[in-house]
Design a protein around this ligand. Structure first.
Ligand code: PYC
Length: 310
């Protein structure tokens, strides 16, 4: 299995070029469902240590249904197959450029959440125009065991987010343990209390919005991912969900640009246009860097061939 690893604002992406199970040729939602339900040991073995690393997201290249797309892609982390991934799409674009498969300009990519557009500005800088994102519930209060009541918005940006603004804990790299513990507790409480999307979709990510010490930065976030790791980048789908909330509250006008920082200080430039269905069409600009080209080996004699389950 050949892979190329990159990072986007510190968040790793592993693009899988070949060697994955055959998922058929149907719609990407069906292929993603097949991956999630029939090939769990495969995707966990690619992401778990020692082959993978915490927080890593894989981008499995598949043939697109839409022939105008340069590729189809299914994203997953160690615990979930994702609808879309913003940092992963920036990493994928930079990887496709590294391989000589795309050049500077605009290209379309098919994901299970829909077709997204990428604009490659230079070998490392990419703007992703995401699928329409929306806030579905405002000011929902969850009773979180050991923490008490927490109020936040439920929003969709390609994945499902519970967004707490302002953060009850300062969003600072020194607080990552405390931020992780509380956001995990919120996600678990949201699932137990049935707080989710319009069709009952479970919350898979939790965001705390804090302030940044940098004057030109709008806010700094902490984003919990399904694998209980935090996003080192400001999270592309999370930033999309956040833009939908800012727009719904009248706190950001269409076309206005802001800088969103992650808890480790990496940043995206964000803006939106109004969407056709009442939501927003987010634009996310960030940088990614290729780190490694490798061939993954699954040795039958290796006692940790399937990864370390802790
Ligand atoms: O950038 O959308 C994102 C993302 C989702 C999970 C990790 N990163």
């Amino acid at each position: 299995m050949h892979v190329i690893d990159s990072h986007t604002g510190g968040e790793p992406t592993r693009v899988i070029l070949d060697g994955a199970p055959d998922l058929g040729a149907g719609p990407l939602t069906e292929r993603a469902h097949r991956l999630a339900t029939e090939h769990e040991s495969f995707y966990r073995s690619v992401m778990l240590e020692p082959r993978g690393q915490p927080a890593m997201v894989a981008a499995l290249l598949v043939k697109p249904v839409d022939p105008t797309c340069v590729t189809g892609v299914i994203y997953f982390d160690v615990d979930a197959v994702l609808g879309m991934c913003g940092h992963g799409t920036i990493g994928l674009a930079v990887t496709l450029a590294h391989l000589g498969r795309i050049g500077v300009g605009t290209h379309r990519i098919e994901t299970p959440a829909g077709v997204v557009t990428i604009e490659l500005h230079d070998p490392n800088t990419v703007t992703v125009t995401n699928i329409e994102s929306r806030r579905v519930h405002q000011s929902v209060t969850i009773d979180v065991p050991e923490y008490g009541e927490v109020t936040g918005d439920v929003a969709y940006g390609g994945n499902w987010f519970f967004i707490v603004d302002p953060s009850p804990i300062p969003v600072d790299a020194n607080n990552i343990r405390a931020l992780t513990d509380m956001t995990v507790a919120i996600r678990e409480a949201s699932i137990a209390q049935g707080v989710g999307g319009e069709q009952g979709e479970p919350i898979d990510h939790v965001i705390f919005q804090g302030i940044s010490p940098n004057a030109d930065v709008h806010s700094r976030n902490f984003v919990l991912c399904p694998d209980d790791n935090y996003d080192r980048s400001p999270c592309g789908t999370g930033s999309s969900a956040r833009l939908a909330c800012l727009a719904a509250d009248g706190r950001l006008a269409a076309g206005e640009e802001i800088v969103q920082e992650s808890v480790i200080g990496s940043s995206y430039r964000l803006s939106y246009q109004s969407g056709p269905n009442g939501g927003v069409i987010p634009s996310i600009t960030g940088q990614a860097y290729v780190m490694a080209e490798a061939k993954l080996i699954f040795d039958g004699q290796d006692p940790f061939r399937d990864g370390i389950e802790t």
